[in-house]
Design a binder for this molecule. Structure first.
Ligand SMILES: [Fe+2]
Ligand SMILES: [Fe+2]
Length: 474
């Protein structure tokens, strides 16, 4: 169904046919806008930003580009088209028709999953709210705001489901999604990673590469859900999410490229010399990567999870790209898990496959992360340097799961606590690394100009030139 833009809330769910739901959402809309004004991007709200807006949900040509003031962005409700023949793709009810309503026995589980997903969306906007002031270019500023408005739309996506399918509880949850705030001591966001401010652009690129990618895999798992409206909502969110990861991927590539230019110019790999020239040395880039990759790994939850097993059995939440797996029941299978051994090493443990679903998803995520790392390394290799960026072991620097709090090196070998403490500064950003990165963060607002620590993008947005005035500042 086409998107109806003539209504107060753009949608492709025929909202006008359900007056009660429409009124309830129109009630929530001003609350959302108030939240956006108070906790969305600080300043820039009166500026014209070159943004894309969804116009249809099919794969090609779903977006239109134009100048919009952010508070006037048309946030709406867009679900992928319904497949009338869709069947449950995994678990105990494999092959039965999918659900158009929420089954009573899965109601609280589904509500919790939707709320947890929904909570991350506005959280990331809050985390990034000050970044606009230090954007390295107008192109980047525009990308930040594109990501922000779309995370706002993802909140709409979840709020629609809560309102439409969970009655009064759902409406209350929708209000709470605007009441919790990132970093708020009394009422924080649900997941820890979403309570840390993102105060520099290197972290922003790492976040959009690694943490938005966690979002991708969560959405992929929820897109498999037997609750069809959730599946269709997530399918469309995934198409938007791809851009966020593009921003991270190309952002890190551009930082790397600029560093390599400086290394060539100065004929040195010495981090101090590279910093003196105003670029980000590769070891520092690696430390930021270590931090954000490991923080994102934690978001997948514990390795052995009876909750994950029951989500799978019940058909509530599947594996990413379930079609890729041969056996959709996963009853008699096991998964080999690496856990800490009593002697201080690693031991293999067989656990039932259904209990290992978090780990299965995390494993797929790690493979996906490798793709960007290989691409960045090709840039380094092409310039003739031996340095390589690497993903640390999934055992390193974990806060959740069997490896939480266990001292390991970046390769995942168990080491003593004192050795681990002594090496922290080599593996993770130190205070002085962070201070250095912070010192680079100065906004560049002239179209076509770029900060000294990052290379310009290879191409502009929507075939516009790189030096296009992507944000018209007033
Ligand atoms: Fe999102
Ligand atoms: Fe995102």
């Amino acid at each position: 169904m086409d998107i109806n833009y003539s209504e107060r809330i753009p949608n492709n769910v025929d909202l006008a046919s359900d007056r009660t739901l429409q009124r309830a959402l129109e009630h929530w809309q001003p609350e959302f806008l108030k939240w956006w004004k108070d906790l969305g991007p600080s300043d820039f709200q009166a500026d014209d930003v070159y943004l894309r807006t969804a116009t249809s949900v099919d794969a090609k040509g779903w977006a239109t580009y134009g100048f919009v003031r952010m508070p006037e962005y048309r946030w709406g409700i867009f679900l992928a088209d319904r497949d009338p023949d869709r069947r449950i793709g995994f678990g105990d009810h494999f092959g039965k028709p999918v659900w158009q309503q929420v089954p009573g026995e899965h109601r609280s589980t589904l509500r919790r999953l939707i709320v947890t997903q929904g909570d991350t969306e506005p959280a990331s906007v809050e985390q990034q709210r000050l970044l606009g002031h230090t954007a390295p270019s107008v192109y980047d500023l525009r990308n930040l705001f594109q990501v922000n408005v779309e995370e706002g739309r993802h909140l709409w996506a979840m709020v629609y489901l809560l309102h439409a399918y969970f009655g009064r509880d759902g409406r209350e949850e929708a209000e709470d999604l605007l009441a919790r705030h990132s970093g708020d001591t009394n009422n924080p966001r649900i997941l820890t990673t979403f309570n840390e401010p993102i105060s520099d652009w290197l972290s922003f690129y790492m976040f959009t590469y690694f943490t938005d990618r966690d979002g991708k895999f969560q959405l992929k798992s929820l897109a498999e859900s037997s609750f069809d409206p959730l599946s269709r909502t997530c399918q469309f969110m995934l198409t938007e999410e791809a851009h966020h990861m593009f921003v991270g991927d190309t952002g890190i590539a551009r930082v790397t490229k600029r560093t390599l230019e400086v290394m060539k110019e100065l004929r040195t790999e010495d981090p101090d010399a590279i910093r003196l020239a105003g670029a980000i040395d590769l070891p520092t880039l690696q430390k930021y990567l270590n931090f954000w990759f490991t923080a994102s790994l934690d978001l997948f939850g514990v390795e052995t999870s009876s909750n994950a097993a029951s989500y799978f059995a019940g058909g509530v939440k599947g594996r990413p790209d379930e079609w890729k797996f041969e056996d959709h029941l996963a009853v008699d299978q096991t998964f080999t898990l690496e856990t800490p051994s009593e002697s201080g090493g690693v031991k293999a443990e067989e656990i039932p496959m259904r209990n290992a679903m978090n780990e299965v998803t995390r494993t797929e995520y790690v493979k996906d992360c490798e793709i960007g790392v290989a691409r960045w390394n090709r840039l380094i290799q092409k310039q003739g340097y031996d340095f390589r960026l690497t993903l640390p072991s999934t055992r390193f620097h974990r806060k959740i799961g069997v490896w939480a709090g266990i001292a390991t090196n970046v390769e995942g070998r168990v080491i003593s606590r004192s050795e681990c403490d002594a090496k922290q500064g080599e593996w993770l950003p130190t205070q002085s690394d962070r201070a250095y990165i912070a010192s680079l963060m100065q906004g560049v607002t002239e179209p076509g100009k770029i900060a000294a620590w990052i290379a310009p993008p290879d191409r502009g947005v929507n075939n516009q030139p790189v030096d296009y005035e992507y944000v018209r500042l007033h």
